[in-house]
Design a protein. Structure first.
Length: 278
């Protein structure tokens, strides 16, 4: 895929992805990430730092006293949660004031919910029951192509959703834009310097999950997308609806025993967490 490909001309005019978010992605892709690197990146961006502190002090985290510093946030929440929050807040900043638009807000909440769900799935898929940062990041960013297409031509993308009663498939996107949101997202991820593994997740998140024996991060995100839609955080009605039993069956067998949530409770928990970002 070439950066100069004319299919992506509309995307070339988009604002660059936030520099702090790109740096966070590169730091988080390493195994030797440390607290001070994350704290330093957040502190260097005043908008990110203030928004992160707002979220940390929201009801979703229920701290008994106000948290006034990024270092204190790390102490209270732990490195993993702070990394995830910092990345989510910086991606939200990419959308600036357009989150007030219903379609963008739906894409944002779908992406954020998918990140949270993928993190939970990664815990179930791990023999140590530990969640993985990459899973949250991949879930959060898997639909960056939808945001890119909307930002490139909001009128066409909104009309496409409206004309199809919300049920946009990839073929319809290709008819309207020359590319679908998976291709658009992969191009943006490459152009913005996302890690290669993340580029692949973005490009293939609507492919069927692979065999359980070879279950990888891209498969986990595919399952996470299906579950996100099932729980009601879909952007558009899926062309094929999956029930919880079918979705769980796509996980490795060991994970199926560990992951059997009550859908209503899981949805309620996610809504509470998502509302902290509004």
């Amino acid at each position: 895929m070439q950066v100069s490909d004319p299919k992506f001309r509309k995307l070339e005019g988009l604002a660059p992805f936030p520099a702090v978010a790109t740096k966070l992605l590169r730091v988080l892709s390493r195994d030797d990430v440390n607290i001070q690197e994350i704290v330093g990146l957040v502190r260097a961006d005043a908008a990110l730092a203030s928004e992160l502190l707002r979220v940390v002090n929201s009801a979703a985290y229920a701290h008994p006293a106000p948290i006034g510093s990024i270092q204190q946030s790390v102490t209270f929440l732990g490195l993993e949660k702070v990394k995830n929050l910092a990345l989510a807040v910086s991606v939200k900043g990419f959308l600036h004031g357009i989150l007030r638009l219903d379609l963008v807000r739906r894409i944002w909440r779908h992406s954020l919910a998918c990140g949270m769900i993928c993190q939970e799935l990664s815990s179930a898929c791990s023999s140590s029951r530990g969640s993985e940062d990459r899973a949250y990041t991949a879930g959060l960013l898997h639909d960056i192509g939808r945001l890119g297409l909307f930002l490139a031509d909001a009128t066409t993308y909104a009309a496409l959703l409206s004309a199809e009663q919300g049920a946009v498939d990839l073929a319809k996107e290709r008819e309207a834009f020359g590319v679908d949101h998976c291709e658009a997202g992969a191009w943006l991820a490459m152009t913005w310097g996302f890690p290669e593994e993340l580029q692949r997740v973005v490009a293939t998140h609507h492919d069927p999950p692979g065999a359980a024996a070879s279950f990888d991060l891209a498969d986990l995100v595919r399952v996470g997308v299906l579950l996100t839609d099932f729980l009601g955080f879909d952007i558009a009605p899926p062309t094929q609806a999956y029930g919880m039993a079918h979705i769980r069956a796509l996980l490795p067998q060991s994970a199926q025993y560990r992951f059997d949530p009550d859908p209503a409770e899981m949805k309620s928990k996610l809504i509470f967490q998502l509302d902290a970002f509004d």
